[in-house]
Design a protein around this ligand. Structure first.
Ligand code: SER
Length: 320
């Protein structure tokens, strides 16, 4: 009989963690999933919670031993825009945190790691369209630099020590359950909340700034699928390209107007537009499809429909 999986999600209060930890708890049972973050969750959760920073290796080790953790999902990170204002902190959180977890796996204290990379590993020298798995990676943000270094570390720990680490290059992620913090693609989440509350949004990217994006439900599906795949299927140990949608703010605003005809979008591009201009428009994810069967479920219309339906319910409850 295979040993019971015990999962630790580091950064469970974040944009991805909020949704992924619940999904894992549903799949594996609430006693088998431990969420950790630097502060307590604001809402009640259906998993065990521990306050802990990924930079505190001693406390992490004691949590891992206390719960016999087998799998770690390391989601704590400084994103692209925030990272530019805190270069040392971004590097430390994104890399020292990863090293702590890789070393636990090297020492056979844990078995499997999920660690997200990003489209931010690409830069202005990368082709813009349908970027393939091995395209040039010359990032121009500290976030991208740390993700690229992290990918190399994951591959190194796999090759040298047999560490079972798996990774995805997430595009901009859009969901209704949680807010992103300090990224360049955050507009695509903010716009929905503002459209519902005020029928107006001022966008910090240019109207024609196309970026690769994905609905949160698909990101969760990809994360669980890559972790469930048998080890021999995972041929890439840096990080897999994954893709679902690509659109610009104007495309998204047009879709939202179908639900709220009085919705107005204004544009005040700021320094985040420059970061976004260095990233690709679209991504070729054929390796993920071939190796472990990746396929997204949501196109732009289906995603917008689902988000608006859920946010309308959420705001009605909160506003009244
Ligand atoms: N969503 C991230 C950011 O905008 C990109 O991975 O920083």
């Amino acid at each position: 009989m295979s040993e019971q999986k015990k999962i630790l999600v580091i950064g469970c209060n974040g944009q991805i963690g909020t949704v992924l930890t619940r999904a894992l708890s549903k799949k594996y049972g609430s006693n088998n999933v431990i969420g950790s973050d630097i502060s307590k969750p604001k809402e009640s959760v259906d998993f065990i919670f521990e306050v802990c920073s990924v930079l505190d290796a001693n406390q992490l080790l004691s949590i891992i031993k206390q719960y016999n953790i087998t799998d770690v999902y390391l989601l704590a990170a400084y994103l692209s825009a925030k990272g530019e204002d805190n270069i040392s902190k971004a590097w430390s959180l994104n890399i020292d945190g990863l090293l702590n977890i890789l070393n636990f796996a090297k020492d056979k204290i844990i078995k499997k790691i999920f660690w997200p990379s990003s489209i931010a590993v690409f830069g202005p020298t990368t082709p813009k369209k349908n970027v393939n798995q091995n395209a040039i990676t010359e990032p121009t943000t500290i976030y991208g630099v740390s993700k690229l270094a992290g990918e190399a570390l994951c591959n190194y720990y796999h090759q040298k020590f047999g560490v079972d680490v798996r990774s995805l290059r997430y595009p901009g992620l859009i969901g209704w359950q949680s807010m992103p913090g300090g990224g360049t693609t955050d507009y695509a989440v903010d716009i929905f909340h503002e459209a519902i509350k005020k029928r107006e949004y001022t966008c910090f990217l240019s109207p024609n700034r196309i970026l690769p994006m994905m609905y949160m439900a698909d990101a969760i599906k990809a994360t669980i699928a890559i972790m469930d795949a048998s080890s021999e299927k995972i041929k890439i140990r840096t990080s897999y390209n994954i893709s679902a949608l690509h659109f610009n703010p104007e495309d998204l605003a047009k879709k939202i107007k179908q639900y709220f005809p009085d919705f107005i979008i204004k544009y005040e591009p700021d320094k985040r537009d420059l970061l976004a201009s260095s990233w690709p428009n679209s991504i070729d994810d054929s390796c993920a499809t071939k190796d472990w069967g990746w396929n997204p479920n949501y196109d732009l219309s289906k995603m917008v429909d689902d988000i608006i339906l859920n946010l309308k319910k959420k705001y009605k409850q909160e506003i009244i």
